[in-house]
Unconditional design. Structure first.
Length: 96
């Protein structure tokens, strides 16, 4: 996978004592930057297609489907990258 060329754009929609809801928009080749999730979270894709992840254990690519959510526990560390030729969008819901 080539090196990411741009940063993904986060827009926080809700942030209170119980949840943080962030919309993530990735231009082609954009990435989040390496980060660690301090809370468990749910991702709801608003786009269908592959999304790549780089972590200490290597690179993986997952197929995401519009409106098909997935859950991850706190502690995940990675850099998420859009390998698609078009924009990729998802909503991340962190459970505080």
């Amino acid at each position: 996978m080539p090196e990411p060329i741009a940063k993904a754009v986060p827009t926080v929609r809700i942030d209170n004592e119980r949840v943080r809801v962030t919309e993530w928009r990735f231009a082609p080749g954009a990435h989040t930057g390496h980060h660690r999730h301090e809370y468990p979270y749910v991702v709801v894709p608003l786009t269908t297609g592959p999304l790549a992840s780089r972590s200490a254990s290597g690179e993986t690519t997952s197929q995401l489907t519009l409106a098909a959510p997935y859950y991850r526990d706190a502690g995940v560390e990675h850099d998420v990258v859009n390998p698609n030729p078009g924009e990729f969008v998802f909503v991340e819901i962190e459970l505080k």
